[in-house]
Write a protein that binds this ligand. Structure first.
Ligand SMILES: *[C@@H]1O[C@H](CO)[C@@H](O)[C@H](O)[C@H]1NC(C)=O
Ligand SMILES: *[C@@H]1O[C@H](CO)[C@@H](O)[C@H](O)[C@H]1NC(C)=O
Ligand SMILES: *[C@@H]1O[C@H](CO)[C@@H](O)[C@H](O)[C@H]1NC(C)=O
Ligand SMILES: *[C@@H]1O[C@H](CO)[C@@H](O)[C@H](O)[C@H]1NC(C)=O
Ligand SMILES: *[C@@H]1O[C@H](CO)[C@@H](O)[C@H](O)[C@H]1NC(C)=O
Ligand SMILES: *[C@@H]1O[C@H](CO)[C@@H](O)[C@H](O)[C@H]1NC(C)=O
Length: 516
C-alpha cells in the first residue's frame, strides 16, 4: 500500500526553517569567519526551499481530491467526495433540500413533531429535556431490528459539538457489515437540535441517545461549569487565599486552578461508561463487549467482523487480554516533532491550552499501510497508543470502577492517562491489550478538541475513504496472526494536571455511587 502524504501550514514552517537556518548561518559564520557572501547564498537557498515546499503543498492537496466542503461538514450535491460514497448515504452529507423549517426540539420517539421550545432553549429547559430523555431510554428503530441479542454488539459514541466529523463517522458506520445487529448509543455533553436531527435520520440500526447531565451547557454559571466564585487559572495560591475564591486550596500540581471546559471530557467519559454498564435497562443482561468510539472516529467496513474475530482469537491465545483495541492514530510527523519531541508533553504540563499558544505544526499525515491486515499484537496497555476504538466487557469495567479512587483523584484531566494510572497503580495486573496492526478505526479529527475549529480536514477524510475503498481485498481475513509486543518498563508519570480541584474528585466519585 502506498503512503499518502500531505504538507500543511507551509508558510509557518518556512518561517521556522528560515529562522533555523539563519541561526545555523550565524553559528557557521562565527566558526569559519565568513560573511555576507555566505549569508546571501544561504538566503537564496532558504527561499528556494520555501518555494519548493509551497509547490509541494499545492500539489499534494489538489492531488488528493477537490474539496468543496463547508465548515459544518456538509457537501455540495456535486462534490467529488460523494463519488466515494454510495448514493443512499448522501443524505447524511448533503444539505437537505428543505432545511427551511425552524429548529425544533423533538423528543426521540415522538413522531408528533411537537415543538417544545423556541430555537434557543435556556439551560433549565435543556436540563428538563435531557432528564426526560435519559429517563425514557428510548430505542429508535427497535421495531425494525428487534431486541438486543447476546451476540449483538453495543457501540457507544461520545459526542461533543463537532457535527462535521459526526456526519462522516455515521456514514462509515452505515457501510459496515453486520451493522443492523448493533445498538448504537450516542452519549452527548451538549444538547444540539442539528445533531439530534442527524441521529434521527439513522435508519441502518437501533440507536439511543443519552445525555451527560453535569455539562457546562446545563450549568453555565455554577460548578461543574464556571462560577464567578472560582479562582482564575493563573493566580498564585497566596493571592487566591487572599481573594477567598472558592477553590483557593486546590490548585493542580502545577499551581493552576480549574478550567471547566478541560475537565468535562474526563467526567463525560467516566459517566457514560457507568451509565451504560449500570443504568441502561436494555443492557441489564448483556455480557458481551462494548465498543467505545468518539464523534471523529471513522470505521472500516469489516470492523464488527474483526472485533468478533478478535474476541474469538483472544479467548484462545490471550485470556489475560482485557482490552481490545481496533484503532490507531494516523501518524503525524510534524516539524516541531523532530526538533523538540517533548513539546506536546511540556504544553500539557504547563497547561497552555489556548489554541494560539500551541505552536503551529507543519505535519505529514500518513495513512497507515494495510500490509499487516491480518496481524494482531498482544501488548501491555499504553494510553497514548491504545486509547482508540477500545472494547471491553462488564467484568473489566467492574475492575476499573473498583479503582475509582485512583481514576478520580489522579491529577490529570485526560481520561486515558487516568486509566493508565489505574492500570499501573491500582490493578493487581496491568491491562493487557489485544490490538490490530492494521487499524479498523481511524481518527479523522486529527487536531483534537483543544484546537482551532478551522482545522477540519476534509482532505484527510477523503484520504481515509480512498484508502478503505482501495483495500477491500484485504478486509475480512480468515484468521489473525498474533505476535507479542516487547514488554516495556513501567513508566510512572506525574500526570498533566488540570485535575486538582476537590470538587472534580467528588463529582467523579459521585458518578459511580449513583447506583450500586
Ligand atoms: C456544482 O458545481 C458547479 C461548479 O463546479 C457549481 O457552479 C454548481 O453550483 C454546483 N451545483 C450544486 C448543486 O452544488
Ligand atoms: C408526544 O407528543 C404528544 C402530542 O404532541 C404529546 O402529547 C406527548 O406528551 C409526547 N410524548 C412525549 C413522551 O413527549
Ligand atoms: C427558561 O425558559 C422558560 C420557557 O421559555 C421560562 O419559563 C424560564 O423562566 C426560563 N428560565 C430561565 C432561568 O431563564
Ligand atoms: C446472555 O448471556 C448471559 C451470560 O452468558 C446469560 O446469563 C443470559 O441469559 C443471556 N441472555 C440471552 C438473552 O440469551
Ligand atoms: C434480564 O433477565 C431477567 C431475568 O432473566 C429478566 O427478567 C429481564 O426481563 C431481562 N431484561 C432484559 C432487558 O432483557
Ligand atoms: C470479559 O472479558 C474478559 C477478558 O477479555 C474475559 O475473561 C471474560 O470471560 C469476559 N466476561 C464475559 C462475561 O464474557
Amino acid at each position: 500500500m502506498a503512503y499518502v502524504v500531505t504538507i500543511e501550514n507551509c508558510p509557518i514552517m518556512a518561517k521556522d526553517i528560515i529562522r533555523n537556518l539563519k541561526q545555523k548561518a550565524v553559528a557557521l559564520r562565527r566558526r569559519l569567519g565568513i560573511g555576507v557572501c555566505l549569508r546571501t547564498v544561504l538566503l537564496i537557498f532558504c527561499l528556494t526551499f520555501f518555494w519548493v515546499q509551497m509547490q509541494m503543498s499545492d500539489v499534494s492537496d489538489n492531488d488528493v481530491i477537490q474539496i468543496l466542503s463547508k465548515p459544518d461538514g456538509l457537501l455540495d450535491a456535486n462534490d467529488s467526495m460523494l463519488q466515494l460514497i454510495p448514493q443512499h448515504l448522501h443524505k447524511f452529507l448533503v444539505t437537505p433540500s428543505q432545511r427551511d423549517r425552524p429548529h425544533q426540539a423533538i423528543l426521540p420517539g415522538n413522531n408528533s413533531n411537537e415543538i417544545l421550545g423556541a430555537p434557543s432553549l435556556n439551560a433549565s429547559e435543556i436540563r428538563r429535556l435531557i432528564n426526560q430523555i435519559n429517563e425514557r431510554q428510548y430505542i429508535q428503530n427497535e421495531e425494525v431490528y428487534g431486541p438486543l441479542q447476546n451476540n449483538s454488539l453495543v457501540i457507544v459514541i461520545q459526542v461533543h459539538t463537532r457535527i462535521m466529523y459526526l456526519r462522516h463517522t455515521i456514514v462509515s458506520l452505515a457501510r459496515a457489515q453486520d451493522i443492523e445487529n448493533v445498538l448504537l448509543i450516542f452519549s452527548h455533553d451538549h444538547y444540539d437540535e442539528q445533531i439530534n436531527e442527524l441521529i434521527r435520520m439513522i435508519d441502518f440500526c437501533k440507536t439511543m441517545q443519552i445525555f451527560y447531565p453535569y455539562s457546562i451547557q446545563t450549568h453555565p454559571n455554577t460548578f461543574p461549569g464556571e462560577s464567578p466564585e472560582d479562582c482564575p487559572r493563573d493566580i498564585t495560591k497566596n493571592e487566591a487565599i487572599k481573594r477567598n475564591c472558592i477553590n483557593a486550596m486546590y490548585p493542580d500540581q502545577y499551581g493552576h486552578y480549574r478550567e471547566a471546559k478541560f475537565t468535562q471530557t474526563k467526567h463525560h467519559w467516566w459517566w457514560k461508561a457507568n451509565r451504560v454498564f449500570n443504568e441502561l435497562n436494555v443492557l441489564a443482561n448483556y455480557s458481551g463487549p462494548i465498543l467505545f468510539l468518539e464523534d471523529d472516529h471513522f470505521v472500516a467496513e469489516d470492523f464488527i467482523y474483526m472485533l468478533k474475530l478478535m474476541v474469538k482469537s483472544a479467548n484462545s491465545v490471550c485470556p489475560q487480554c482485557s482490552i481490545l483495541s481496533l484503532g490507531t492514530y494516523l501518524k503525524t510527523y510534524n516539524f516541531y516533532g523532530e526538533a523538540k519531541k517533548d513539546i506536546l508533553r511540556v504544553i500539557r504540563q504547563q497547561q497552555i491550552f489556548a489554541a494560539e499558544l500551541i505552536p503551529p505544526t507543519w505535519s505529514f499525515k500518513i495513512v497507515p499501510s494495510f500490509t499487516h491486515y491480518d496481524k494482531a499484537e498482544i501488548s501491555q496497555w499504553i494510553s497514548s497508543k491504545h486509547n482508540m476504538g477500545m472494547a471491553y466487557n462488564r467484568t473489566i469495567w467492574k475492575k476499573i470502577v473498583d479503582c475509582a479512587d485512583t481514576f478520580c483523584k489522579y491529577d490529570d484531566y485526560n481520561w486515558d492517562w487516568s486509566l493508565q494510572s489505574v492500570s499501573n497503580n491500582c490493578l493487581s495486573h496491568e491491562f493487557t491489550t489485544f490490538v490490530l496492526k492494521a487499524p479498523r478505526v481511524f481518527h479523522i479529527g486529527e487536531c483534537g478538541v483543544h484546537h482551532k475549529k478551522s482545522c477540519f480536514d476534509m482532505a484527510l477524510i477523503a484520504k481515509v475513504q480512498k484508502l478503505l475503498n482501495s483495500v477491500t481485498k484485504y478486509l475480512y481475513p480468515d484468521k489473525l496472526e498474533v505476535a507479542y509486543a516487547p514488554v516495556k518498563k513501567k513508566v510512572l508519570r506525574k500526570g498533566n494536571g488540570g485535575w486538582g480541584d476537590i470538587r472534580d474528585h467528588e463529582l467523579c466519585l459521585r458518578i459511580v455511587d449513583r447506583k450500586t
